[in-house]
Ligand binder design. Structure first.
Ligand SMILES: Cc1cc2nc3c(=O)[nH]c(=O)nc-3n(C[C@H](O)[C@H](O)[C@H](O)COP(=O)(O)OP(=O)(O)OC[C@H]3O[C@@H](n4cnc5c(N)ncnc54)[C@H](O)[C@@H]3O)c2cc1C
Ligand code: SF4
Ligand code: SF4
Length: 446
């Protein structure tokens, strides 16, 4: 078995598409029956050694070559301060966009779409590669990476895409079309772009900015289908979903979900759905269990939600912004002085505190999961966190085990529910996993 097969078969493939791009399609990345993009292990098995090496050089889960610390030090080390939780940073902000409806139309404070529009408006880029709704979905896939060349197109891609996407198609478009591009992505996707830039001079020259999203974990396509089925839209019939609808009288985290399919169209609070709580891990990619990068540490700028007590009550949404490229700080500071964005500088501890749960999972939880792999004698990619279970209380171990169990069971039970055309098969099975997680938390003295 070659090392790319090992990544895929070990459950470490996040389906980013970087290996497909690096090998010019020799290793296709396709959506599997569980609704997860995955590199095709069989194709990897047939590849010549030089193709496997290219795939490995591009793959953020290979455990070989430059890790996020190396990339960060190389790109940002000179002008930034290091932080073991958030990566290198030049400036840290908390706030929102005040102009042109970016905040109202965004998932959070609107900084994501705003910074892209600002880069386009100032002539720094010609186009943006980001996840956008598919206008007329024909194959049941509702979101894809697409290029936006106008502010209107950028704005139409606002909101969080809790849905699998892969980059190989859009990267091929960038290869074919000269210009300067920004790519928006989850932390592992941005790391893949940095690795690809190391082996492809065209992508290196054309991708001039990487904008990262803070990441809890990534969901399979079944997450959207399952929310739809819970309000009566059968799988395959969902036409549109907005995962983040701001509900005026609620906290920022208590947002709604908009769904449309056939005759049914509704917005419901997400807490009405089983599986919409991120801590329950439904439909999580198994690769996310082996991730150590919460803050997209190799992006020029990273945005996330300010999950902090002083901001959570504002349903309109508030961003945290980690800036690593000084030219992007200049854009923000100028817009602040013009009243176009409203934000204040923040301390690294505050920024890290906004993602306390994610960091705990990707440090303590990851160390534990790596140790389990070690005990099982199973290969796992090298991470910046070392395998360790010695410092974990038994209660915390139970929490991590219960959450991993729920993630794995959700994929399996979803297949069973589809086969029996009965949503109850999934919901009844998953309720017991949710109870196990809750019990583990209740007995948490750690
Ligand atoms: C899977 C996932 C998990 C996340 N987990 C966390 C978390 O744990 N904590 C946290 O604080 N924030 C998390 N975020 C980020 C958060 O949901 C918001 O996307 C972020 O705060 C930006 O909001 P905004 O209003 O500034 O941006 P908006 O103005 O809404 O713009 C968002 C931009 O990001 C692009 N985009 C959205 N999703 C994707 C995607 N999957 N791939 C590529 N481009 C995309 C959009 O096309 C748009 O250009 C996550 C996002 C995703 C997609
Ligand atoms: S994580 Fe990305 S690069 Fe690695 S095998 Fe999967 S699709 Fe390919
Ligand atoms: S948790 Fe890590 S591996 Fe999973 S999608 Fe987010 S950045 Fe990628």
């Amino acid at each position: 078995m070659n090392s790319l097969q090992q990544i895929v078969e070990g459950g470490y493939c996040i389906g980013c598409g970087a290996c497909a791009c690096a090998t010019h399609g020799s290793i296709p990345v396709e959506m599997n029956a569980c609704g997860l993009y995955q590199a095709q292990g069989a194709a990897a098995a047939r590849c010549e050694d030089d193709q496997v090496s290219l795939g490995i050089a591009a793959c953020p889960f290979s455990g070989e070559g430059a890790d996020e610390d190396d990339v960060g030090r190389h790109r940002f080390g000179a002008g930034c301060l290091p932080d073991s939780r958030i990566g290198y940073y030049h400036d840290l902000f908390i706030g929102h966009v005040a102009e042109d409806g970016y905040r109202a139309e965004g998932a959070s404070g609107g900084f994501g779409s705003w910074i892209l529009a600002e880069l386009l408006g100032t002539g720094a880029i010609d186009a943006v590669a980001h996840a956008r709704k598919v206008d007329s979905p024909s194959d049941g896939v509702l979101f894809r990476y697409s290029l936006s060349r106008t502010v209107e197109e950028i704005k139409s891609g606002a909101k969080s895409c809790y849905y699998p996407v892969e980059m190989s198609g859009v990267l091929e478009q960038i290869r074919r079309t000269p210009g300067r591009y920004a790519v928006v992505g989850l932390p592992c996707f941005i790391q893949a772009i940095r690795r690809l830039s190391g082996i492809d001079p065209v992508l290196k020259e054309r991708i001039v900015h990487c904008i990262g999203l803070v990441c809890g974990h990534m969901k399979s396509k079944a997450f959207a289908d399952c929310l739809g089925w819970q309000i009566g839209i059968p799988p395959g019939r969902l036409d549109a979903i907005d995962f983040r609808v701001k509900l005026p009288d609620r906290t920022a985290g208590d947002y709604g979900v908009y769904l449309r399919g056939g005759e049914i169209e509704a917005t419901r609070p997400r807490r009405d759905f089983l599986g919409a709580r991120w801590g329950h891990n439904f439909f999580r990619y198994s690769a996310c269990d082996f991730c150590d990068n919460v803050f997209a540490e190799t992006a020029d700028l990273t945005i996330g939600d300010a999950w902090l007590p002083e901001h959570e009550n504002d349903s309109r949404g508030t961003n945290i912004v980690v800036v690593r490229d000084p030219s992007l700080s200049t854009l923000i500071l100028r817009a602040m002085s013009q009243g176009r964005v409203v934000c204040s500088r923040a301390e690294p501890d505050t920024i890290a505190e906004s993602q306390a749960g994610g960091l705990r999972d990707r440090r303590e939880g990851l160390a534990y999961r790596l140790r389990l792999k070690e005990l099982q004698g199973v290969w796992a990619p090298r991470k910046r966190v070392r395998p360790d279970a010695a410092h974990l209380t038994s209660q915390r171990a139970r929490i991590y085990a219960a959450r991993s169990g729920a993630g794995a069971a959700s994929h399996r039970l979803w297949q069973e529910a589809l086969a029996q055309n009965d949503l109850a098969v999934f919901l009844d099975g998953m309720r017991s996993h949710v109870e196990t997680i809750q019990k583990a938390y209740e007995t948490d003295k750690g």
